[in-house]
Design a protein around this ligand. Structure first.
Ligand code: NAP
Length: 278
C-alpha cells in the first residue's frame, strides 16, 4: 500500500513517519506543500499516486485560531477540501484527522460519532465545517476524531508538566475539563488498521479511559516521581481565548465495532515516559 502523509513534520505526522513500517510511506510538511494551494496538492497527488492520503496537517493553535479565524478556516476547512478533491481525481482514499472540539462538551456520557456537532471555538468550527464538506466531496472518506494528543516530536501536555514539575513546588491544573489523552504511537497503530480495513465514515480514536487535566497531571508527576504538589483548579481561574469543552470524552464504540482496540491512557503514559528516556 502506498500512503501519502500530509503534515509529516507535526506531532502525529512524525509518529506516522516513524511507526508506519510495512507500507510505502511518502511524507510532506508545509514546506513541501501548503494544503491551501489546490493546484499544488493536485499535482503532488498525481505524481505520488497514493492509495491512501492521511491528512494530519492543520493549524492546531486553538487560541491562535480565535485571533486568526481566516487562517483557521483556510487551513483547517478549505485545505482539506482541496485534498479531498485531489483524492477524488486520483482515486485515492482519504483519512482526515478531526477533533473532540467539534462538540460543545455539555454531554455527561461519551460522545458517539453521530452526536450533533456544536463547536464552541473557531478551531472547533473549522474542523466541524471541514467534516461536513469532506463528507459532501468524498462520501467514502474516513474521519478519525481524536483528542488530547501527546507524544515525541512536538509540544504536548506531559512535557509541559514535567518541565514545570521540576522547577515549581506546586502546579495548579484544571479539574473541570474531562477527555481522553491519546498517545501518538497508539493513534498511528489504529490509523494503520483503519486504512488496511478500508474504513469509511466517522470513527473515534483515543486511548481507553478518561480523566481531567488535573488527574492527567497528577499521574505524570507520580510516575516521574517529582516532589511537586498538583492542585485542582477551575477553568474560570485560567481564562483562555478559546473556550474548551468541559466534557469531550469520545466513545470507543465506533472503533471497537471495527475490531480495533487501544490501550488505556495510563499504560500509554507509562510507555511515553519510557520512550522519552531513550
Ligand atoms: N494535538 C491535539 O491534541 C489534537 C487533538 C485532536 C485532533 N488533533 C488533530 O490531529 C492532527 C495532527 O495534530 P498535531 O498535534 O500532530 O499537529 P501539529 O503538531 O501542530 O502539526 C501540524 C502539521 O500541519 C502542518 N501544516 C500546518 N499548516 C499547514 C499548511 N497550510 N499546509 C500544509 N501543512 C500544514 C505543519 O507543518 P509545519 O510543521 O511545516 O508547519 C505540521 O506538520 C490535526 O489535524 C489536529 O487538528 C490534534
Amino acid at each position: 500500500m502506498k500512503v501519502m502523509i500530509l503534515g509529516a513534520s507535526g506531532l502525529l505526522g512524525k509518529a506516522l513517519m516513524r511507526e508506519w513500517l510495512d507500507d510505502e510511506i511518502v511524507g510532506f510538511s508545509s514546506r513541501d506543500v501548503d494544503i491551501r494551494d489546490a493546484a499544488k496538492i493536485r499535482e503532488m497527488t498525481e505524481t505520488t499516486r497514493p492509495e491512501w492520503i492521511v491528512l494530519a496537517a492543520a493549524y492546531t493553535d486553538v487560541d491562535g485560531c480565535e485571533s486568526h479565524p481566516d487562517l483557521a478556516f483556510a487551513v483547517n476547512r478549505d485545505g482539506p477540501v482541496n485534498v479531498a478533491d485531489a483524492a477524488k481525481r486520483n482515486g485515492a482514499r482519504l483519512l482526515f484527522l478531526s477533533s473532540d472540539y467539534v462538540f460543545d462538551g455539555r454531554k455527561k456520557s461519551p460522545y458517539e460519532t453521530d452526536d450533533a456537532r456544536n463547536p464552541q471555538s473557531v478551531y472547533g468550527r473549522s474542523k466541524a465545517e471541514a467534516e461536513v464538506r469532506l463528507l459532501e466531496v468524498l462520501p467514502e472518506c474516513c474521519i478519525a476524531r481524536t483528542s488530547w494528543l501527546f507524544g515525541m516530536g512536538g509540544k504536548c501536555f506531559p512535557d509541559t508538566i514535567l518541565k514545570l514539575g521540576t522547577s515549581r513546588p506546586a502546579l495548579d491544573v484544571v479539574n473541570d475539563q474531562r477527555g481522553c489523552p491519546t498517545y501518538s504511537v497508539d493513534l498511528v497503530r489504529a490509523i494503520i488498521q483503519l486504512c488496511r480495513k478500508g474504513t469509511s465514515g466517522i470513527v473515534h480514536v483515543t486511548n481507553a479511559g478518561a480523566c481531567s487535566w488535573f488527574e492527567f497531571a497528577r499521574e505524570i508527576v507520580a510516575r516521574a516521581e517529582l516532589p511537586t504538589e498538583v492542585r485542582p483548579v477551575t477553568s474560570q481561574q485560567f481564562p483562555r481565548p478559546a473556550p474548551r469543552p468541559a466534557y469531550s470524552v469520545l466513545s470507543s464504540a465506533s472503533l471497537h465495532a471495527l475490531g480495533v482496540t487501544t490501550p488505556t491512557w495510563n499504560d500509554a503514559l507509562r510507555r511515553y515516559l519510557a520512550e522519552r528516556e531513550h
